[in-house]
Design a protein around this ligand. Structure first.
Ligand code: BYC
Ligand code: FE
Ligand code: FE
Length: 476
């Protein structure tokens, strides 16, 4: 197994705790990739603000004390690096599938090489994609606090790309290096060379979408990373374990960002003589609901098909486990048992039993949906406390799907099968529209005064790392 330590070598060109200085060939390959990465960051990373110090968290070691070090740093000087969780004392094992319980792999087994490469490339591709989607948002930040959070998310997504590219370079030879190049060549939303997964080609032009994206799409990241953290390929498991510690902040940004908008909208509704939130320059609840519907459903697609032989193979070969596979489940083989799901047959919604292994994407999606429901309950509690009537909901997982068994059929947000005509007639009511985007962009004017927040969002309950809200989170 390869050496990793808690302390990070921050002085080398590529900060790392994987002993790069002892592996000249790999170090050289990554040092060749570095300028290409920096070019990409300059072209496709946050537009402007490169010369502004941002109060960023940087990992300086992977133990609890050191992984979050805060300081004002210019984004191009942020130390992107490669950090793996250290080896556990006891030998790592394969967590699921036919070989559950056997020793984990320190190298890529030949028979799983293609599948593993595909998984790692797919994971890797989302990281730069999200940075591309968010690149203009710095210009419309509702506060310095929020601007700082955006940039924190951006640099860490960049680091996640580094983490995956390290695996590609170290374990996949020539193919891996080619894939690493391609990761810098695809572009979110580009017709000719789009990003791999649907959600990562959707526009994220304003802060309502940014918060919904970090709430719902980064949360897919949490569940996919957690499934990979159970991988029998030990370097992947330990890489994703460390990524998950950073991911928690992204989810915090999304969940509390939406919560602050919801709270402010409730206040504006009460303030207005006609209860008209827009009249007060705020974001009305219907628009918030359409945004939830939009990003939640694109994020559901990220789990892949409900019935998937890929997923069955990944599980059977121990490449990808369930959420908390080792801790939560007793039977790690899942050779028997079914999963009952709804699907359309002969124009009707029927129930069917699917062999459990083939339903692993849906099993992971269940965990995700339950997690999203918890956030919805919190938001509705805020609405209750503010004394407004509106409640927000998650749409059915059949609604507005582009992947899996529900794609190509038409459902309303309650999950009832409807005709295409009915769907088209209501689409504007259910999903984010271009007119919504225009309105949101019209109210999103930047606020640069420390401690001040745009009218459409409530301040957070506290600052970052014990700092007050008036702190200069970005020095402009
Ligand atoms: N859009 O067997 P199927 C994150 C493709 S987010 C477009 O049903 P499978 C982050 C699929 O590739 C986490 N295409 O699905 C968040 C396959 O294509 P091929 C990212 C899609 O393979 C925010 C075909 O459809 N990590 O970290 O069981 C900010 C049939 O697929 C989509 C991962 O995704 C889609 N939505 O599962 C920053 C983990 N869905 O092979 C970062 C790695 C499916 O026929 N990926 N397809 O050409 C995987 O484990 C699996 O590839 C998936 C799909 C779960 C994505
Ligand atoms: Fe990420
Ligand atoms: Fe993230």
């Amino acid at each position: 197994m390869q050496p990793v330590s808690n302390s990070v070598d921050l002085t080398s060109k590529i900060p790392n705790n994987v002993g790069l200085s002892d592996d000249p060939k790999l170090r050289k390959a990554l040092e060749r990739w570095l300028p290409n990465y920096l070019d990409w960051w300059r072209d496709m990373g946050p537009s402007d603000f490169a010369d502004k110090p941002v109060y960023l968290r940087t990992a300086i070691s992977v133990d609890n004390a050191g992984w979050a070090h805060y300081d004002h740093v210019k984004m191009p000087d942020y130390r992107w690096g490669i950090f793996l969780n250290p080896l556990k004392e006891d030998e790592a094992t394969i967590k699921c599938g036919d070989d559950a319980g056997k020793a984990a792999w320190a190298e890529v087994p030949g028979e799983h090489r293609n599948a593993l490469r595909r998984i790692i490339v797919t994971q890797a591709d989302t990281e730069p994609a999200s940075v591309e989607q968010q690149r203009l948002l710095g210009h419309t930040a509702p506060s310095l606090y929020d601007m700082r959070n955006l940039f924190q998310v951006n640099v860490e997504e960049g680091r996640h790309l580094w983490a995956m590219v390290y695996l590609l370079h170290k374990y996949f030879g020539r193919d891996g290096r080619d894939e690493a190049e391609e990761l810098l060549n695809r572009r979110s939303g580009d017709e000719d060379k789009p990003r791999i997964l649907g959600a990562f080609n959707q526009p994220c032009d304003h802060w309502l979408s940014f918060f919904a994206f970090t709430m719902f799409t980064d949360r897919d990241g949490k569940y996919q990373l957690a499934a990979l953290a159970e991988s029998g390929f030990d370097p992947l498991a330990r890489t994703t374990q460390f990524m998950l510690t950073e991911e928690a902040h992204h989810l915090f940004v999304g969940q509390t960002g939406l919560q602050r908008i919801i709270q402010r909208s409730a206040q504006l509704e009460k303030m207005d003589p006609n209860g008209d939130v827009r009249n007060q320059g705020g974001i009305d609840f219907d628009l918030i609901q359409r945004t939830i519907n939009y990003w939640f459903t694109y994020s559901l697609d990220l789990f892949g098909g409900e019935i998937s032989s890929n997923a069955a193979d990944f599980f059977a070969s121990g490449l990808k486990g369930r959420f908390r596979e080792a801790k939560k489940y007793e039977d790690h083989k899942a050779q028997s048992g079914d999963y009952r799901m709804h699907l359309v047959e002969g124009g009707k919604l029927v129930e069917k039993d699917i062999p459990l292994r083939n339903a692993m994407n849906e099993v992971l999606r269940d965990e995700y949906v339950a997690d999203c429901e918890r956030a919805l309950r919190k938001w509705n509690k805020v609405l209750e406390e503010e004394g407004v009537e509106t409640r927000l909901t998650l749409p059915s997982r059949r609604f507005h799907r582009h992947q899996g068994i529900h794609a190509g059929h038409f459902f309303n947000p309650d999950g009832e099968l409807i005709s295409e005509d009915e769907y088209r007639a209501n689409e504007q009511k259910w999903l984010l529209t271009p007119a919504d985007n225009d309105y949101l962009l019209s109210i999103m004017k930047p606020v640069h005064e420390p401690g001040k927040f745009a009218n459409w969002i409530a301040p957070p309950s506290r600052g970052i790392e014990g700092k007050p809200l008036e702190f200069e989170y970005v020095r402009l």
